[in-house]
Design a protein around this ligand. Structure first.
Ligand code: PEP
Ligand code: MN
Length: 366
């Protein structure tokens, strides 16, 4: 099935984001009190942010955690809009949330990762937004299902929402990894190549789960050519009622955006999304990381086989098995445009390294 074309209004025509990159949405994970919202918004306004975020209804993993202040918080957001002239945004997960956002003049809404996974909810939200001009950002679903993500965009687009963008916040994983969520940059790259016209944001706060990772994730996202960042910022992160570890103060955010990240501009005459050499190199970096991950994982399996061979007294080298592996690799690799010579070189090196590792295991004195 070919990709269905989506009808998208370019980001810089939404009336809230301007060039140069990055377009930033910033604000606390949650609206907690009127003072916290106003103080954070003031700091962000002073450092040049235009679009303010604050969660009003919070999707929490466990019941009994702080689940957001509800509609009352929308009154605080209205004050932010009136007093500081910021555009205001929040997460919606139901038709009721959308109705309240329309009532309070919310300028942009986003769908959270847990909502994107549920076509019933997405449809309900799309129906509730019908006839409005509110921009919608759709976070990736918690599982790395590109079609589910795209399906959500299609539902919104069919309801007439054309100011549409996406946010990468990473994917849930059971593995212990450095970040809170697995970025799977290759999914983002695939998304961009299939839908270059869709504005792409990255949320380094939820992706990394810690303020120390916000810089590296933001930089990578800019290097890949993405337009926007959604970053959590709180006037006093240490006492935040949700996501305390991953929020920056407005001053820290200012330092990050104006002094730490490097924005490499695109060629002026190229279409906005056309890749330049830096973005292609950033892509190569992602692919190399995946190759390393695959090689490391393969080596671990080789080690397990080595242990098995040791226990059962089986010889390391079984030429017939290796011949089969190699001919399969050459046949498959051919489909990817790789030559037999290249594949033989690469896989012989991989095989030799595995044999060496298994040799060490077998000759180990237990
Ligand atoms: C959020 O942005 O506040 C949020 C809950 O994020 P996510 O849906 O990415 O978990
Ligand atoms: Mn949060």
């Amino acid at each position: 099935m070919g990709d269905k074309k989506l009808e998208i209004i370019p980001l810089y025509e939404w009336g809230m984001f301007t060039e140069p990159r990055p377009s930033v949405v910033a604000g606390p994970c949650s609206a907690e009190s009127e003072e916290q919202v106003m103080e954070t918004a003031k700091g962000l306004k002073e450092m040049g942010i235009n679009v303010f975020r604050a969660g009003i209804w919070k999707p929490r993993t466990h019941p009994g955690c702080f689940e957001g202040v509800g509609v009352e918080g929308l009154e605080w957001l209205q004050r932010v809009k009136q007093e500081y002239g910021l555009k205001i945004s929040t997460e919606v997960a139901s038709e009721k949330h959308v109705a309240e956002c329309i009532r309070y003049g919310v300028d942009l809404v986003w769908l959270g990762a847990r909502t994107t996974t549920n076509p019933f909810l997405v449809q309900e939200i799309a129906d509730a937004l019908k006839g409005t001009d509110i921009p919608v950002l759709v976070k990736n679903p918690v599982n790395a299902d590109l079609d589910l993500w795209i399906g959500a965009l299609e539902r919104l687009n069919r309801a007439g929402i054309k100011k549409l963008g996406v946010i990468l916040r990473g994917f849930s994983t059971f593995d212990k990894i450095k970040y809170r969520n697995d970025p799977q940059w290759q999914v983002a790259i695939e998304f961009r190549s299939r839908y270059p016209e869709i504005p792409f944001f990255v949320d380094p706060s939820h992706l990394g789960g810690h303020k120390d990772y916000i810089l590296e994730i933001s930089q990578r996202s800019l290097d890949l050519g993405f337009e926007g960042l959604m970053i959590e910022s709180h006037c006093n992160p240490t006492v935040a009622l949700s996501d305390a570890k991953q929020q920056l103060t407005p001053d820290q955010l200012s330092d990050l955006l104006y002094h730490q990240i490097v924005v490499r501009e695109k060629d002026s005459d190229a279409p906005e999304w056309k890749e330049n050499i830096d973005q292609l190199r950033a892509k190569i970096d992602v692919i190399d990381e995946n190759i390393l991950y695959a090689l490391g994982t393969r080596m671990n399996v080789s080690r397990q086989i080595g242990e098995y061979k040791k226990e059962n007294n089986i010889a390391i080298l079984q030429t017939s098995r290796w011949d089969k592996v190699l001919s399969k690799v050459v046949e498959k690799g051919n489909n990817y445009g790789l030559t037999a010579n290249f594949l033989k070189d690469v896989f012989t090196a991989i095989h030799e390294a595995s044999v060496e590792v298994q040799n060490e295991i077998i000759s180990r004195k237990d």
